[in-house]
Ligand binder design. Structure first.
Ligand code: UDX
Ligand code: UDX
Length: 462
């Protein structure tokens, strides 16, 4: 058995590294169009930051794990081909802003069709709209080379920041398909380290829909607790206490009840919009509206947080220095896709604040590119006024102390552990007074910080 994976991203890279680690006898070849990304996978500085990933890659790379751009060769050589390319929300044409862009998946299917000989198992790893496998099958089965295919859906449930642990001890592995033989081939790979009773098999469409549904339910919990956070601020209740109180009900459970400045990441919003589009396509308007509200609430939470900063700072942040701590969409990743920080900072920037940003893992170039993209989202171009703000009002700093010097406010936007152990007395001394501290992740000591002199604000507490 030989495996290849098209797409060396946040999902394809770690997942294949884990398979290669656990199955030393199976050659695993990860390919990508992006040469720079492949070069990074072959270097000491991997393209993604993920705790524990370096060790897994170092163990398998050069033994049975290869990274290259030789897509055709990898496909021709493999028995099992994972498709793990990105499926971003469409930004043009029919379904723009909602539907998934399946261009890359279709191109992969066509490439597999044209290069393959013999029998191949094609595995959808990318999150896809329900019934995409139908299109993939039709493309594959239209070949005239005599090659034959089975198509499986095997969605990934790893979360960034905990990917290695999630891959090592998954709650479940889901495999959807029609051919028993193909399913048991793929199950056989996972069985090397995942207990058999955690490997669930379903039909193709259930598997595709389960991934969208899992992400929709998780995001819904975050939006639900964030909705309650607004009510807590209005009533004097404390959202962390409410979360603890409801989370101890075993029917509700304690996870994914952390109020925040809003969820981010490449999946939640994209997958819900995809679900909404799917419902609309099938004429299920009420179901579509129900799920869309999860995204609406998330947008509201981000906007509400930025507005509350402006209001608290005496209704103006113009020309005020604001220290921004954290850019990644959650801790322990360098991924900033759809991070709440981007939208909060865009709003503050348009209020003409001077932003001094620090994140332990996200590079300066990425931060600037994210802001530029957010500022051009409505029209496709950055206006003259926004361009000036980007050039004159944004600095990226090397540590959090540098951001806070003579700042009016510190704003925590990612829950990095290092923000819990900062010397806050030193930060306080370096800031202008009153020194405002906004905790968008509810991770800081809300009793100790006011005693140091800070005017402290967190989510969902007044
Ligand atoms: C993954 C899944 O594939 C996506 O469907 C899911 O919803 C989120 O996670 P991710 O690994 O996070 O995507 O995406 P990304 O880090 O962008 O990696 C995708 C890779 O595929 C990129 O490196 C890109 O260069 C590569 N790619 C894309 C190809 O090699 N060929 C293509 O045709 C398109
Ligand atoms: C998610 C799913 O968890 C994973 O199973 C799927 O494969 C991909 O999408 P990911 O986006 O990597 O994973 O991270 P996740 O831990 O789910 O966090 C998503 C966002 O929700 C982050 O911005 C996080 O900060 C936020 N969040 C999460 C909260 O605000 N509160 C919570 O209680 C939990």
């Amino acid at each position: 058995m030989k495996i290849c994976c098209i797409g060396a991203g946040y999902v394809g890279g770690p997942t294949m590294a884990m398979i290669a680690k656990q199955c030393p006898d199976i050659p695993v070849h990860v390919v990508d169009l992006n040469q720079a990304r492949i070069d990074a996978w072959n270097s000491d500085v991997l393209p993604i930051y993920e705790p524990g990933l370096d060790e897994v890659v170092n163990e398998a790379r050069g033994r049975n794990l290869t990274f290259s751009t030789r897509v055709d060769e990898a496909i021709a050589d493999s028995d099992m081909i994972f498709i793990s390319v990105n499926t971003p929300t469409k930004t043009f044409g029919i379904g723009s802003g909602r539907a998934a862009n399946l261009e890359y998946v279709e191109k992969c299917a066509r490439q597999i069709a044209s290069v393959s000989r013999g029998h191949k198992i094609v595995v959808e790893k990318s999150t896809l709209p329900v019934r995409t496998a139908e299109a993939v099958k039709r493309i594959l089965f239209s070949v005239s080379t005599g090659a034959t295919f089975d198509v499986l859906s095997n969605p990934e449930f790893l979360a960034e920041g905990t990917a290695i642990e999630d891959l090592l001890r998954p709650d479940r592995v889901l495999i959807g398909g029609e051919s028993e033989q193909a399913i048991s081939s793929l199950a056989g790979v996972y069985e090397r380290w995942v207990p058999r009773n955690r490997i669930l098999t379903t039909n193709l469409w259930s598997s595709e829909l389960s991934k969208l549904t899992a992400n929709a339910f998780l995001a819904q919990r975050v939006s639900s607790i964030n909705a309650i956070s607004a009510l807590c601020e209005a009533t004097g209740a404390d959202v962390d206490e409410v979360a603890r109180a409801i989370g101890t009900d075993s029917r509700i459970g304690p996870k994914f009840l952390k109020a925040s400045v809003g969820f981010g990441g490449s999946c939640f919003q994209k997958d819900i919009l995809n679900l909404v589009y799917l419902c609309e396509h099938f004429g299920l308007q009420e179901v579509a509206a129900y799920w869309e509200q999860v995204v609406t609430m998330n947008d509201y939470q981000k906007r509400r947080f930025a507005e509350s900063i402006v209001r608290t700072l005496f209704s103006t942040v113009s020309d005020k220095r604001i220290a921004i701590w954290g850019w990644a969409f959650k801790k322990d990743t360098n991924d900033s896709r759809e991070s709440a920080a981007i939208y909060v900072c865009r709003d503050l920037l348009r209020e003409r604040a001077r932003l001094h940003i620090y994140d332990p893992q996200v590079q300066k170039e990425q931060i600037l590119a994210d802001l530029e993209l957010a500022m051009s989202a409505d029209t496709g171009v950055v206006s003259q006024a926004d361009r000036q703000l980007l050039e004159n009002n944004v600095s990226v700093e090397k540590d959090c102390y540098a951001t806070a010097n003579e700042a009016h406010a510190v704003v925590v936007l990612t829950e990095w552990d290092e923000f819990k152990t900062v010397d806050y007395a030193k930060i306080y001394t370096s800031m202008l007074k009153p020194a405002f501290l906004f905790d968008g992740r509810n991770i800081l000591d809300r009793r100790a910080l006011p005693k140091l002199g800070f005017e402290f604000h967190a989510i969902g507490m007044s």
